[in-house]
Design a binder for this molecule. Structure first.
Ligand SMILES: C[S@@+](CC[C@H](N)C(=O)[O-])C[C@H]1O[C@@H](n2cnc3c(N)ncnc32)[C@H](O)[C@@H]1O
Length: 249
């Protein structure tokens, strides 16, 4: 198990010891061990407990105007957004802060941020709109059905206590064919990360996010990638699990 830092709200996310790297950066649905059949019963409720079960708004009440991954990892996710999300898209940055890592040379129609700290969201130059909303407390995302072309969750999935329900909500608000990208590194606020995440390796977390997507339903073409194998280490590793909302038959 990792040793993951203290409860102090000013503490930056911690980088645990290096863990197993992928031999093959490409990871496709065929290589998943669950054969595409997943049910929520795979997850016991205690997997989603946290050391700090206090209201999330308390932990996030002080703005943290810091980046949670290094510049190499930021470049990797920024390039990945450009490769996966079409120009002029309407995008939701779910669990957003003062940075979205959006590529400056990639035009977008609209970017909406949802997070817990108003100061952070106001500081984010990529956001056209934002909403403060606790996704763990109120599972229904405050958006109309089929209102986004893409939804991204960047370095934050470890804090979801009902990830399958949240991913089902993402499916609801995506337009058919829309893109869902969940990316992460190996840092975290340990006391706020769910136990199953804390107790997994990087590769296990890739599989876990893929499993959430399978269980949420109607997300297809689930794939994963190690985004920066050439530069990590020493850069923070960056992984993405991504899928598309199924189009009606
Ligand atoms: C590590 S930061 C990542 C921020 C940003 N996505 C990035 O790439 O830097 C985690 C973010 O998740 C958001 N968050 C954590 N718990 C949340 C919750 N229960 N509801 C909504 N947002 C939450 C916080 O507002 C915080 O900004």
């Amino acid at each position: 198990m990792y040793c993951l830092g203290s409860h102090a709200t000013s503490t930056p996310e911690v980088k645990p010891k290096p863990v197993l790297q992928f031999a093959n950066p490409a990871w496709t649905p065929d290589s998943r061990p669950y054969g595409g059949v997943t049910t929520e019963s795979r997850f016991a409720p205690e997997y989603f407990q946290r050391e700090d079960e206090e209201d999330d708004r308390i932990f996030y009440q002080s703005p943290r105007l810091v980046v949670h991954i290094d510049q190499g990892a930021i470049a990797a996710i920024s390039d990945f957004f450009k490769s996966q999300i079409p120009e002029n898209a309407e995008i939701l940055d779910l669990m957003s802060s003062w940075r979205t890592h959006w590529p400056a040379d990639h035009p977008k129609e609209k970017m909406v941020g949802l997070g817990l700290n108003q100061v952070e969201l106001k500081e984010n130059p990529d956001l056209d709109e934002f909403v403060v909303h606790d996704v763990n407390k109120d599972l229904e995302l405050p958006f109309e059905d089929e209102s986004f072309d893409a939804v991204v969750i960047t370095v934050s999935a470890q804090y979801l206590t009902s990830p399958i329900e949240t991913f089902a909500q993402v499916n609801r608000i995506l337009r058919p064919g829309g893109t869902f990208i969940v990316s992460f590194s190996n840092r975290m606020f340990g006391t706020k990360a769910v136990l199953i995440w804390r107790n997994s390796t990087d590769r296990g977390r890739v599989d876990l996010v893929g499993t959430y997507m399978e269980a949420a339903g109607n997300l297809e073409d689930i794939q994963a990638a190690f985004l920066n194998p050439q530069t990590s280490p020493p850069n923070d590793p960056m992984y993405a699990v991504y899928s598309r909302k199924a189009k009606p038959a």
